[in-house]
Design a protein around this ligand. Structure first.
Ligand code: ARG
Length: 294
């Protein structure tokens, strides 16, 4: 259970072999107190004219609080890490780490702008008694659960390789954490993190943006999930795949993805629509704003 899988033929057996994992009961969110768009490190952070998006700080805080309340309403405990000054993307708590059962892998942020965020998460995890794994110095790009999505109910990683995470990170993580990783290559710069184009719902269901992946990766996803829904281009651009389904039932997602919402309902899920508009100005939505804690 420490292999990097690149062939679709090996996916079903890897899923079968992965140990079971209890459902998510707790998430870590990071305060949006100092959130803003200060520079553009992904294609979503500028408007049509090329100017940096302007964040409404008050609205952002309200949206963040509503997301937190939505988790609490479905009985998910929310822990909060305070934000230091001068780190405008700190609130995207998906990225600084990957919390696996038994060990937390600390990220190597791809951009200078975000590099300093990790040490604050490291401190929080230490204070809360988590075991930590630091990647070797040769690994320069790994952005946590932005590119690492755990298979529902299993200790198995769907691992993205793209602008934010390098392939070499995955062999180290597979080996050091004893977890199989199914490798997925991202090919469209707009879908710069795996969590912008793939949302795992339950053992057999997922939302995805097929054209964000290369052929082999598409085949792996098709081998892993029998009920796949390709979201429309409009919903993909509305961050429909940046949804979070913590319990194989409720799906927290950005409001306005009507076609995805209709599909979710028809498939028996309960969509909970939220406004994350201020965070979308920075290229993120629901999934980016939390870290599932084991
Ligand atoms: N502005 C942030 C960045 O570019 C957004 C991160 C969104 N996080 C995510 N998991 N997709 O890093």
């Amino acid at each position: 259970m420490d292999r990097v899988i690149t062939s679709a033929a090996e996916v079903p057996a890897a899923i079968q072999a992965a140990v079971e994992r209890p459902p998510c009961r707790r998430v870590l969110m990071a305060s949006p107190k100092h959130f803003k768009v200060e520079s553009a490190i992904n294609p979503w952070m500028r408007d049509e004219r090329g100017a940096l998006n302007q964040v409404d700080t008050t609205r952002a805080r309200e949206q963040w609080r509503a997301l937190r309340a939505a988790y609490e309403r479905i009985a998910i405990r929310v822990d909060v890490i305070e934000a230091p000054v001068g780190l405008p993307d700190f609130c995207f708590a998906a990225n600084q780490s990957l919390a696996l059962p038994g060990v937390v892998v600390l990220s190597r942020m791809a951009s200078d702008e975000r590099r300093r965020e990790v040490r604050y998460f490291e401190h929080w995890y230490r204070q809360h008694g988590y075991e930590l794994l630091q990647l070797p110095d040769e690994i320069t790009r790994f952005e946590g659960t932005g590119d690492a999505i755990l298979h529902p109910g299993r200790k198995l990683i769907w691992g993205g390789v793209g602008p934010r995470t390098e392939e070499a990170a995955w062999s180290v993580i597979a080996r050091e954490t004893g977890t199989d990783v199914i490798l997925l290559r991202l090919v469209d710069p707009r879908f710069y993190h795996l969590d912008t184009c793939l949302c795992l719902l339950d053992e057999r269901s997922a939302l995805w943006v097929p054209h964000a992946f290369d052929d082999a990766s598409r085949a792996s996803i098709e081998a892993g999930f029998s009920r796949l829904h390709a979201v429309s281009d409009a919903d993909a651009a509305n961050f429909a795949c940046n949804a979070h389904c913590p319990d194989a039932r409720h799906v927290l997602l950005q409001q306005g993805s009507s076609e995805t919402v209709a599909w979710l309902k028809s498939a028996g899920f309960v969509p909970l629509e939220l406004d994350t508009g201020e965070f979308m100005k920075s290229g993120g939505s629901v999934f980016c704003l939390k870290q599932e804690l084991p």
